[in-house]
Design a binder for this molecule. Structure first.
Ligand SMILES: Cc1ncc(COP(=O)(O)O)c(C=O)c1O
Length: 387
């Protein structure tokens, strides 16, 4: 006998990477040296002082009990200071910041908090898969708004406006954009805030890449006048601080929005390990030099990543930000899924196919820069048949 899972499990399929990385593990177990350029999982360490504080804090007797649902005062203050320093945005530490167990869970909490079954959600036609999956899980209908490739992958606001109905409740936005690497600009954020006001919807901005290979000063959507009335922002230490496995992010925005999210979230988890919060507070004061050195390593890997795309005959935009390189397949190659499988099984190189970010990605691939330079060059050699 088997007890039937709920309907929602039928609308959602297992996360692509969850399935594909199992295949990668199988190949590794069979003795193949797979080069993984798939997932954005930083391979560098958090700052030294972060690790020192983590170890010290773990030895304190008060470290091991339940912690506040809203995060420690120290962590929230550290996030407020970081927002002021990094983005020039003033946040009230007691009411405008909600620490999260990674920003991914924030996507679920926002969806549970603001969406009723039958509500509609605007997601970018290429984007982080969780926006779509979670909207569907809570019974909302997803509408994909187009991005204009000819205009640096910015939203096509006119086309998005045509998709709005009285049930449209949330618009998901993410710049620097994953997977295309399109940068954030003040004009784009102003247009987004104006759109949210005009159509009376909640703008959920997801901002994990603003410090990774950014070419200009990092931007927060909350810096736009009028944003706090209609927008909230997710942020994360996964990529910017090399702390993906720590699961630390936060939601920033006006108190009424965060209070509503806390109603849901406080019924789901019971706070975050104290030592992690202490160490995260420390990491948020990493120097500009620390960030610049991390970016220099990613920058040194770009040449090899570009050589990889060139070896496949792809084209790409050199202005990309974030920790990936997004490339367009040449007409002579098959769709991305077949190309990815061929590379995995013939060359033992794993890359992400563009379609996992939306159907528009069929003819694109995404390389992660989270692999040492010499391994990237090894991948290039394999593609060229020289290894
Ligand atoms: C656009 C985007 N949003 C959110 C996340 C989730 O990050 P976190 O590790 O904070 O849950 C990712 C992770 O890859 C991402 O690419």
């Amino acid at each position: 006998m088997i007890i039937e899972p709920a309907q929602r499990t039928r609308q959602t399929s297992e996360y692509y990477f969850s399935v594909k990385l199992a295949e990668v593990r199988k190949l590794l177990a069979a003795g193949h040296d797979v080069i993984n350029l798939g997932i954005g999982n930083p391979d560098m360490m958090p700052s030294e002082s972060t690790l020192t504080i983590l170890a010290e804090a773990a030895h304190k007797p008060q470290a091991h009990g339940y912690q506040p649902y809203v995060g420690t005062v120290r962590l929230r203050q550290a996030i407020a200071d970081y927002y002021a320093r990094t983005y020039g945005v003033a946040l009230e530490a007691t009411s405008e910041i909600l620490p999260l167990i990674g920003s991914k869970e924030g996507i679920t909490h926002l969806s549970l908090t603001f969406l009723d079954p039958g509500d509609e959600v605007l997601v970018p036609e290429l984007g982080y898969p969780a926006y779509r999956a979670v909207s569907q899980m809570v019974g909302a209908t997803v509408q994909e708004y187009p991005l204009r490739e000819d205009y640096g992958w910015q939203p096509d606001w006119e086309a998005a406006a045509a998709l709005v109905t009285p049930r449209t409740k949330i618009l998901w936005l993410n710049y620097p954009h994953m997977p295309t690497g399109a940068p954030a600009t003040p004009e784009l954020f102003e247009a987004a805030v104006a759109f949210a006001h005009r159509h009376r919807l909640l703008l959920c901005h997801d901002n994990p890449y603003s410090l990774v290979l950014n070419k200009k000063a990092p931007l927060s959507l909350l810096s736009v006048p009028g944003a706090r009335e209609v927008a909230v922002e997710l942020n994360s230490m996964s990529k910017s601080h090399n702390m993906a496995g720590w699961r630390i992010g936060w939601l920033a925005g006006a108190k009424p929005y965060l209070d509503a999210v806390l109603k849901i979230k406080s019924n789901v988890d019971s706070g975050m390990f104290w030592a992690l919060q202490e160490a995260a507070a420390e990491a948020l004061s990493n120097s500009e030099l620390w960030h610049a050195e991390r970016n220099a390593v990613y920058a040194s890997r770009l040449e090899a990543a570009e050589a990889f795309l060139a070896a496949l005959g792809c084209s790409w935009d050199t202005q990309q930000e974030g920790m990936f390189l997004w490339g367009k397949l040449p007409e002579s190659l098959a769709l991305a899924e077949a190309v990815v499988d061929e590379l995995l099984y013939q060359k033992h190189v794993f890359i992400a196919p563009g379609f996992i970010f939306g159907p528009k990605g069929q003819r694109y691939i995404r390389l992660s820069l989270c692999t040492p330079e010499e391994r990237l060059w090894e991948a290039v050699a394999r593609v060229k048949g020289e290894a």
